[in-house]
Design a protein around this ligand. Structure first.
Ligand code: TMP
Length: 199
């Protein structure tokens, strides 16, 4: 199985890049399955609603995100390339606030079967200035996303940390989210070609 995952903070343009990639795969007849976390299938989308509307504490969130993740993985019947809109890096980035949580999350990551570890993770890294401008110009976020806005620096640092961990053979690619949509899309395509995920 070939797997790609996308990561990024709010307003990083993650959804736009996933859509551009989906269109590219369609146009080039590349067989693929797109999924997202939390959620990803009919039943788990119900859990997504519960999680994103909850006031669960951090430990509860870690458990929910991983429970939903393991359930999604066991239900996947994918052909061709599998694309995740968020995966385990998100739990590390968003829910890790101390050393105990760090150990717990890294341990839980070890329970993910190797065949589900992405070949490539694309992380769209947004800078303070772009975040500020996009926040001003775009629609409001849901309650859950809103809650994490104040944690921008912590989450950014956590992404930076997890990018340095060796998780099986996956490659972690950090992309500058302030570049134009098309420029980022072209970068993604060339990485996928370079690492032979597409021809
Ligand atoms: P999305 O808006 O990109 O679909 O993500 C939904 C929210 O869920 C976003 O605020 C990030 C958050 N999230 C976590 O906090 N931890 C996780 O493990 C995952 C998968 C998502």
């Amino acid at each position: 199985m070939k797997i790609i995952s996308f990561e990024g903070f709010e307003y990083s343009g993650k959804s736009t890049q996933i859509k551009l990639l989906k269109d590219y795969f369609k146009k080039n007849k590349i067989i693929s399955t797109f999924t997202r976390e939390p959620g990803g299938n009919k039943d788990l989308e119900k859990i997504r609603k519960v999680i994103l509307n909850s006031d669960f504490n951090n430990l509860t969130l870690i458990m929910y995100f991983f429970a939903s993740r393991f359930a999604l993985l066991s239900s996947l019947k994918s052909k061709g390339l599998l694309v995740f809109d968020r995966f385990f890096d998100s739990t590390y980035a968003y829910q890790k606030t101390n050393n105990e949580e760090k150990k717990l999350i890294l341990n839980l990551i070890k329970f993910i079967e190797k065949k589900y570890i992405p070949n490539i993770t694309f992380y769209l890294k947004i800078d303070n200035k772009s975040l500020f401008l996009r926040k001003k110009n775009r629609g409001v976020l849901n309650k859950f996303d809103q809650k994490y806005l104040k944690d921008f620096t912590r989450i950014q640092n956590n992404y930076n940390e997890i990018s340095k961990y060796k998780v099986h053979h996956r490659k972690f690619i950090t992309l500058d989210a302030s570049k134009s949509e098309n420029e980022i899309h072209q970068q993604i395509i060339s990485y996928l070609k370079k690492w032979k995920l597409i021809k």
